[in-house]
Design a protein around this ligand. Sequence first.
Ligand code: ZN
Length: 438
Amino acid sequence: MSRRRALVTMTGSVFLLAGCSSQPQAGAQRGVQGDMTVGEMEKQVKALIARRNAALASGDEKAWLQGLDTGNTALIKHERMFFANLRGFDFQKLEFVYRNGPLIAEPLKYTKTLPDKTNGFIVRLLTQLRDVDSAVSATEYIYLFAQMDGAFTLVDFGPRTEDDDLVHDNPWDLTPLKVRRAGDVVLVTDGSVGDFERYVGVAARASRAVRKDWGDTPAPDAFALFLTTRAASYRRWFGVDTPAWSEGVEIPLLGVEYSEKYAGSRIVVNLSSPLTRGDPYEVMKHEITHAISNGVQKVDNAYGLSVPRWAVEGFARYIETRESAQSRALNQRVIRDGLARGLFLDDLPDNKKFYEEKYRGFNYSLGWSVFQFIAQARSHETAMKVYLAIAGKGQFDNDQGVDALFGTLYDLGLQKDAFVSKENSRFYQEWTSYLRSL
Ligand SMILES: [Zn+2]
């Protein structure tokens, strides 16, 4: 599992472990650069970047396309779309910056053959969506330049995909988008969603409900939700290879500056999933719960070994179902079935096993039951406190099962002793009898 894959949280009951691909691309630093010196080329690349930054800010499409291979219709078509997409968002930070080069060039996305003496340069795009992101995150591209009719020309480019700290395959790179801001939600669609305006209202309602339960705890000012009905878009967006069984996914972004906090969050909802049954309200609540948690959750530095998945997924499921007795009854049934089938292993699952095919549906509901039980036995505020303490702790190593919970209960004064066994934990005994009573 790649680091990016280890970070995302999905909604659903099935999980397929898919390998993450990394396409071959130009890499090695090159010594000889044809007729221009490295310094001259760098100057030209930087000039093109400066011109494009200015064009983005002013809306000057002609300046944006200047210096590109105008004979390459696919490249120009993409750049027009990309320009329109970026202009459609409200960015607090939107800036291309020069990284390094020259690199050995191989054809990337928009050409099969390259002119002689083509050179690659890495260019970074810094983005921060206003109100959505608390910090700047980055995407990187390889730009290929060659001399055409005596002019230094951008002839091809492609994304850098192998760096896990960067996000790639942003929807704005891939397909024409429509963007709508309503209150604290930024809704985005690829045009495959017919009744888009209706979903803007659904998302705003979902956000209000989550914020109500979240109370005074720090939270992002807005959430960005990307909607599609296309399976291929759902899988590809933000480069996480999202499995088809899920109906929603939340992708936390790492900042370009080192931080213990995530820079922001992207939510993708698959509206063609049979699980949403045409009503994505609860899916949106679930993913917004993940996104709102990014304000308090520590960055996972241990490749999925930190905050327990049962807590992250269980809490999102708990918030998702707070308004619906029917949805809670569904989770109770999953627990009853799971107990009858022997899926309860006398512990909460650790992260490596959370999504295992046989257990995942049960594991979501088992995580839900922890918070539902605390809310019923004590209060919603106590359930929140327990979740926030777990989410904010960060590193759990291999103590992701009930030991993670016992430590937290002790820290919060909800358990007398720091170290207890399951047998002498009152909480554990009460929670497991609650499970058997469902
Ligand atoms: Zn989830």
